[in-house]
Ligand binder design. Structure first.
Ligand code: NDP
Length: 338
């Protein structure tokens, strides 16, 4: 042992995805250190999360995983166990969101991970490791989307903001952040029975997602000053068509579909801006800005409202439920938990 590493066991628990003669399968296993990918920082993972993309990776419903065998989990928070980087030392608590982790580089749904130091940011001071993972890529993407509205001049006095996919991770955090910033929020959901939850997060009104999910007109009555859309397809097209003159639509997801059956009318006749949001390859400075704003804005109580905690053993079943729309808010995975 030296001062840039601590001694660790050579096997650790984790979910491993493989593709072989038996097909595509994910299972909880004892994983050998030798399967850790290349990187200059080795981390004892404390918490990970389940995002929509993790659901796709674990179930194999979409070709998210591009290298086998692979540990899924696009998010992690953990303690540095070994570092060859001048930026991080043993004992630092770090987070990693995206950068292809959980897709082509083994990720957070295991007790140990190895990352490139340029992907890591220190845990923001105001958050516990668990809170950082309740936020995870979903909360950080919601924040990037709100920043896009702000940067395009959508201030609270401009009018209502539509949030689609409201009960999901991105949607829940978007409602909470917007409400705290003083915006009037309209939440679109397929689960109207969850209206009390959405209102407790700060939604002023809840509408059924069926009002947005079918083919619509190129232009509709102007209603939204801004939109945060995690759904795509006709929902995104209808959201653009009903955005007010000069408004902005932040497009970050595809829960309904990857297609975009729209016309250019909202853009060329109403000056609507369509802002694309990518969290995966986002430069590190934008990440730091988003995490700083999250730590300035979020109330501690939001974490209890939004999250449920599971362990690694429960993660595979939970991934299928997430894709079936049976999960509300965020699932945080206690990776070291029994
Ligand atoms: P969740 O599974 O937590 O939430 C998705 C929500 O979308 C559901 O809760 C549901 O909300 C709604 N939904 C599901 N199916 C449909 C459908 N067929 N039609 C309309 N609405 C539907 O996922 P996340 O919040 O983690 O992610 C949301 C989306 O954002 C995903 O597509 C994900 O890939 C994308 N994403 C993109 C990122 C980026 O970098 N651009 C980063 C993170 C996520 P309700 O029950 O309220 O209707």
């Amino acid at each position: 042992m030296n001062n840039n590493s601590v001694a660790t066991d050579s096997k650790f628990s984790g979910i491993l995805i493989n593709k072989d003669e038996q097909g595509y399968h994910a299972s909880l296993q004892q994983i050998d250190d030798s399967l850790l990918p290349e990187g200059d920082v080795t981390i004892k993972v404390l918490y990970s999360t389940l995002n929509y993309k993790d659901g796709l990776a674990i179930t194999g419903k979409s070709p998210v995983v591009r290298q086998f065998p692979l540990v899924p989990g696009i998010d992690l928070v953990g303690v540095v166990e070994h570092s060859d980087s001048a930026d991080f030392k043993v004992g630092d608590v770090v987070i990693n969101n995206g950068f292809g982790v959980g897709e082509k580089h083994s990720g957070g749904l295991a007790q140990k991970a190895r990352m490139k130091s340029e992907w890591l940011i220190p845990l923001p001071a105001n958050f516990s490791p668990k809170q950082a993972m309740i936020i995870g890529t979903a909360g950080y993407t919601a924040m990037l989307s709100v920043l896009a509205l702000e940067k395009n001049g959508v201030t609270p006095d401009k009018g209502e903001i539509l949030v689609t996919g409201a009960n999901g991770g991105v949607g829940s955090f978007a409602i909470s952040i917007l409400s705290k910033l003083g915006y009037s929020v309209v939440a679109s959901t397929g689960r109207l029975d969850e209206s009390p939850y959405l209102k407790s997060l700060g939604a002023n009104e809840v509408i059924h997602r069926e009002t947005l999910s079918s083919p619509g007109k190129p232009l509709a009555k102007e209603r939204w000053a801004g939109v945060i859309d995690s759904v795509g397809s006709h929902t995104l097209a209808n959201a653009c068509a009903s955005t007010k003159y000069g408004g902005t639509v932040a497009a970050c997801g595809l829960a309904q579909g990857m297609d975009f059956p729209a016309s250019v009318a909202p853009f060329i006749l109403r000056g609507v801006t369509l802002a694309g949001i990518d969290s995966v390859m986002r430069p590190i400075e934008d990440r730091k800005e988003a995490w700083q704003r999250l730590s300035d804005i979020l109330e501690p109580s939001v974490f209890d409202d939004i999250a449920q905690e599971i362990n690694l053993e429960q993660a595979i079943e939970a991934a299928a439920k997430l894709l079936d729309g049976e999960i509300r808010g965020r699932v945080v995975v206690n990776v070291q938990g029994e």
